[in-house]
Design a protein around this ligand. Structure first.
Ligand SMILES: Cc1cc2nc3c(=O)[nH]c(=O)nc-3n(C[C@H](O)[C@H](O)[C@H](O)COP(=O)(O)OP(=O)(O)OC[C@H]3O[C@@H](n4cnc5c(N)ncnc54)[C@H](O)[C@@H]3O)c2cc1C
Length: 494
């Protein structure tokens, strides 16, 4: 053990939640240490597309949209669908009541949004998208935290919670040099360590056995917060709910244009102005660099005859069933989407698109040819296509012949040249929704409902059974719950 450091509040995790929490603690005049296990702050917050669902925003007002938190509350129930009875309505109320303030808070920090864009089943457009990319959240909030003198310790991984007389008094963490160190907290510990999409043990514990093998988009999201709290009697709600497995094209070796743009405010403001004032054809290349990088193939491709082929050149699944999990069982956990000229023509214009970010834009086949030469394959012959994909030609030929012999009127045969393939694709867990059970003050509670004194959780770690369907509620919950947890931990200092 290399020593003890004391603060008023210890925040575990430097994603959107942890940065929001730490800044609030500092604003309350309390000393706060933020522990981040990675070399940089960011977490899944930096991986996000960057959609934030919010009501009564300046963007909605400019667009003449009248909205309310109550309407948002009701629409979230529609979004939850059959899962609605499992929702935490107390936390949903907190979320919808705070979105206006949350968006304004982020904008004051320097984050710029475009929108609002429509997203079903929301009755009015509520989706706001960050520009130029989601690194903007972390860039501006990290700067803000540093300005407020938050003590950010990078490469420092919390390992376990420390208790005295039934109260959490700190964490034991692994320092960059590998030594263990105690960080003691006078007020409390805020767990803001994200989800367990990359955590094999928790995925196996809460989901089906096959799910543990599915790769995560963010491999460092290992559920450390949930694990540490479970060890001292906390409980996880909705552990079996997650986004995925879902197919996405493998990322390019070099990030796309939008991902490379610096998140500085003048650049973001120019992009927001461009979105409102420049014609779509001028903006399209920017959107396409993002769409063809961060997203996956539309299931409509399979309806129109596309098949999934593995590294051995074999067709391995009923593409119209649930092929996402089957991809995980293939060699190197990869597959290619193979189709013919007829399908290619369809997927060159609306209403047939290869991928979309809802409300932003649609990417067609030509967009992939231009932006993703690394995953775009085209040939006049099956053997030429197989060579480009790197799979055995005779096996591919047999697979396509086999599909054609069974193809019914409902699913066109693959028999017009040239042939195409997009891939590799992989199946990923994007995020998990299992969060610690918490009170409305974001205090962590045991299964019997009793509070664990000194322990708070927020964001994905403290999701508390709240259902966050759609595309913009997770980030909202991260910032809102993080700030509340930070304030409450600060007020708990003895
Ligand atoms: C590809 C993708 C796209 C998404 N798009 C959207 C979107 O558009 N809109 C939306 O609302 N949501 C989206 N989400 C979900 C959203 O990004 C997350 O739910 C949200 O960012 C969670 O924030 P967080 O702060 O709770 O977790 P994170 O941002 O993951 O932060 C957790 C931090 O804790 C650190 N940490 C973990 N363990 C330890 C430890 N033991 N010690 C110290 N530090 C630790 C991690 O390194 C990380 O930095 C997306 C997620 C992904 C992966």
């Amino acid at each position: 053990m290399s020593g003890i450091t004391e603060a008023d509040v210890i925040v575990v995790g430097g994603g959107g939640t942890g940065l929001a929490a730490a800044s609030e603690v500092a604003l309350c005049g309390r000393r706060v240490i933020l522990l981040e296990k990675n070399p940089n702050t960011g977490g899944s917050t930096s991986w996000a597309i960057g959609s934030v669902t919010a009501t009564n925003t300046p963007h909605q007002k400019r667009a003449g949209i009248t909205d309310s938190a109550d309407a948002h509350f009701e629409d979230m129930a529609l979004q939850a669908g059959p899962l609605a009875p499992r929702d935490n309505l107390v936390l949903r109320r907190i979320l919808v009541d705070n979105t206006t303030e949350m968006l304004n808070w982020l904008m004051t920090r320097g984050v710029v949004f475009i929108g609002p864009m429509p997203e079903s089943p929301h009755r009015v457009p509520r989706m706001h998208n960050v520009v130029p990319n989601s690194k903007s959240f972390v860039y501006h909030l990290t700067r803000y935290c540093r300005k407020l003198s938050v003590d950010i310790r990078l490469n420092t991984a919390a390992q376990r919670l420390l208790e005295e007389n039934g109260r959490v008094v700190g964490v034991e963490a692994c320092l960059p040099d590998g030594a263990l160190h105690v960080f003691r907290a006078r007020g409390g510990v805020v767990l803001a360590a994200g989800d367990y999409s990359g955590g094999r043990e928790l995925k196996a514990r809460f989901g089906s056995p096959g799910m543990a093998d599915v790769d995560a988009v963010n491999v460092t999201a290992t559920g450390d917060g949930q694990r540490m709290a479970l060890e001292i009697g906390a409980t996880v709600l909705n552990g079996d709910i997650w986004r995925g497995p879902i197919m996405r094209f493998i990322p390019p070796t070099r990030p796309g244009l939008i991902q490379r743009l610096p998140p500085f405010r003048p650049m973001a403001r120019f992009m927001a102005w461009s979105a409102d004032n420049l014609p779509q054809w001028l903006l399209r290349p920017f959107f396409m660099s993002f769409l063809t990088t961060a997203l996956g193939p539309s299931p409509d491709l399979y309806q129109q005859g596309a098949v999934l082929i593995n590294k051995r050149g074999e067709r391995f699944t009923d593409e119209l069933g649930d092929p996402n999990l089957d991809v995980v069982k293939q060699p190197e956990r990869t597959a290619w989407v193979v189709f013919d000229h007829n399908a290619a023509q369809k997927f060159s214009a609306w209403p047939y698109f290869i991928s979309t970010a809802p409300g932003i834009a649609y990417a067609y086949l030509a967009d992939y040819r231009r932006n993703r030469a690394d995953i775009y394959h085209q040939s006049d012959t099956i053997s030429g296509l197989a060579e480009s994909m790197g799979v055995p030609a005779d096996a591919l030929s047999r697979s396509i012949a086999g599909y054609n012999s069974g193809a019914r009127a409902a699913r066109p045969a693959l028999d017009t040249t040239p042939y195409y393939a997009l891939g590799p694709v992989k199946s990923y867990v994007v995020f998990t929704d299992g969060g610690l059970k918490v009170t409305e003050r974001l205090e962590v509670v045991r299964d019997d409902g009793s509070v664990i004194p000194g322990l708070y959780a927020a964001g994905s770690t403290g999701q508390g059974g709240l259902l966050l369907g759609g595309h913009g509620h997770h980030l909202g919950w991260a910032f809102i719950s993080g700030r509340i947890a930070g304030r409450n931990a600060a007020s708990n200092v003895r």
